[in-house]
Write a protein that binds this ligand. Sequence first.
Ligand code: TPP
Length: 322
Amino acid sequence: MYVEKLQKKDYEELYYYLYLTRYADEIFCKYYKQGKLQENHHSSQGEEAVAVGSGILLRDDDYVVPSLRSRGHFWTKGITVREMMAGMYGKVTGPAKGKNTSHHMGDMARGVVCGSGIIGGALPVAVGVGLGIQKRGQDSVCLVSFGDGSTSRGDFHEAMNLAAVWKLPVIFVCENNFIAMGNSFKKEMAVDNVAIRASAYGMPGVTADGNDVLAVYEATAEAIARARKGDGPSLLEFTTHRWSGHGVKDPDTYRDRDEVEGYKKDCPLVNFNKHLIEKGILTVEEIAAVEQKVISVVDDAIEYAEQSELPTADIVSTNVYA
Ligand SMILES: Cc1ncc(C[n+]2csc(CCOP(=O)(O)OP(=O)(O)O)c2C)c(N)n1
């Protein structure tokens, strides 16, 4: 069990990133509604454990291709809260210098590969990254994140097949929240789960509780170990819940309110908090200190973003191909 090797500082780090993802997300939602942010945010509330529990395992020389909802993958790969916040504000200090927001940001120096606005489009990109790693003879991995809705597109199937045939070090992480925009899982596919699709391509397919950060950690650690050894890709399906509409602009009128409220009993943050205290890993005071640290980091990032400038017209043609 990989989880058994976790030290107190690792638990603190996991809690830090979970709390950061939640707290920053609450700010993003609130500020977007107040008209402060440029980006229609896609909330990851309720789904934080997937990106945090998987992203935390990546080394500096690994790669991640985040999805629209896997905000935790940016933090765990070293993207700062200041950078992210400036991107959300559309400021020149943001990752795309204010010409795009932080949604699809990439930074190859830190192994963050630009995601794609095309659902499923990131998967073939991850296969290309995996091929590059293999050609260079490295033991790095590329983790790609996507929703259940992406797994019925051709990109998913072609990417899975090629990665398996060439035994590429790609970890396919499906954040299964059982909904794609307003379409429920049952309307998307006739199979019972996403992991079963792995069998068509000859790679392991695992389903684990995506609301439990330690379950995500364990399944991902195993898949990464396999990929580093040259044994090829895995498909990991982490089941979770989307607590709000697709994006902040979506009033989510198509779902039953009681059902959505019911999801909150599986809150990954509250459950992990309880686990830490019950097992005597962290005290209430230590947890409060982590939360306070997050709040100061986010406050600092807000100030940084607000004081930063908007881009000026003269930079329109810099850092673009045409
Ligand atoms: C090819 C394509 N079709 C449609 C869209 C519009 N779109 C954006 S997100 C989304 C739903 C994605 O669902 P899923 O992959 O399950 O991710 P989730 O939003 O649930 O995290 C859709 C249909 C798109 N971006 N690309």
